[in-house]
Each structure stands twice: as C-alpha cells, then as structure tokens.
Ligand binder design. Structure first.
Ligand SMILES: [Mg+2]
Length: 180
C-alpha cells in the first residue's frame, strides 16, 4: 500500500500562533510569528530550555487546540485515495495518548502514529509522499526520491519553492491528487 507521511504541527493545526502565546507569556517582548524566519528564531529571545518547555507544554495539552478547518477533509481525501496515513511528529513519547485523543476527537483519520527521533528514519521504500512544513525534513525526503509538499508557514517562508509549499491544505491536496 502506498504510504503518506503527515506532520502535525503547522501542518494539521496552527502551532506557531499557540507557541507565540506561550512564549510571550514568559517573555513579553518575544517576536511575533510574522517575524520568525528559520527554525532558530527563538535564539537570543529565550533559553533553549524555555523554548522546548513551551513546545512540550503545548504537546501535552494538544486536546485543547483545534485543527485547521481543512484537516479532517484533507486526511479523509488521502484515505479515499488509498493512502496508508502515517502521522509523524517530533514529540515526547509521553504525549502519545493526548495526541491520539486529539486526532480521534477531531476525526483526523490515520493508520499509525510515530514520534521518531529523526523523521527521515521513516522514509522507507514504501513511502511515496511526505507532507511537512520543515524544509530540512522535505529536503531529506527529496534526497531519497520521495515527493514532498507542505504548508508555507512563517519559519519556512523564504527560498523554499522547491519543496512544494502551499498556503493551505486544499493546495497540498490538489498537488497530491495531481501526483497520484
Ligand atoms: Mg511541522
């Protein structure tokens, strides 16, 4: 079965806006997401432990947040197209159950969830598409000959045209459906 790998943060929901709220609470002058560029945007604004503390706190409270309006339809369409859907995220293993609960409660259908140390470890021969917003991840997939797509978000907004980034999941879906 053809396998598609789908990221969670900034792919199925607006992680950046919530991360900003969390960081701003502790660091009132923290820059807004529209000013973020690259994945080390937090450097010079907080300590690494503060950054990961905020990221992990969000993941442990995942069920408080809402997915993008298109996420349910997006995953349903992938399933209907015959994909095996592997949800992947860089998260602590202890947040697996709340993540599963969030996916189920929001009717975000999937076949498997993995929290790998390195997403590229999941890029096997059976993997035909990787959906993620992080250019580093998408580039690793492309190096293995796997097609990629993702959302254009603040940290990846510049110079990543080759990764097939779209403004919303409807754009990603149109690309996936043109590809199959
Ligand atoms: Mg992401």
């Amino acid at each position: 079965m053809k396998k598609i790998l789908v990221d969670i943060d900034n792919t199925l929901w607006n992680f950046s806006d919530e991360l900003y709220l969390q960081l701003k609470r502790k660091f009132p002058s923290f820059s807004q997401p529209s000013e973020w560029n690259g994945w080390d945007f937090w450097r010079g604004q907080c300590e690494e432990a503060d950054y990961w503390g905020a990221v992990n706190a969000i993941h442990f409270n995942q069920d408080k947040y809402i997915p993008f309006a298109e996420s349910k339809k997006f995953l349903q369409a992938l399933k209907k197209s015959g994909f095996y859907i592997l949800i992947m995220s860089y998260r602590l293993p202890a947040s697996l159950e709340v993540t599963r609960k969030w996916l189920n409660e929001n009717e975000l259908i999937f076949d498997e969830i993995q929290f790998p140390k390195e997403k590229a470890d999941l890029f096997g021969k059976d993997c035909c598409l990787v959906i993620d917003d992080e250019p580093r991840v998408l580039q690793k997939a492309q190096e293995k000959g796997i097609a990629t797509a993702g959302l254009r978000t603040y940290p990846n907004r510049e110079g990543q045209n080759e990764c097939n980034l779209f403004t919303d999941l409807d754009g990603v879906l149109a690309y996936v459906e043109s590809f199959k």
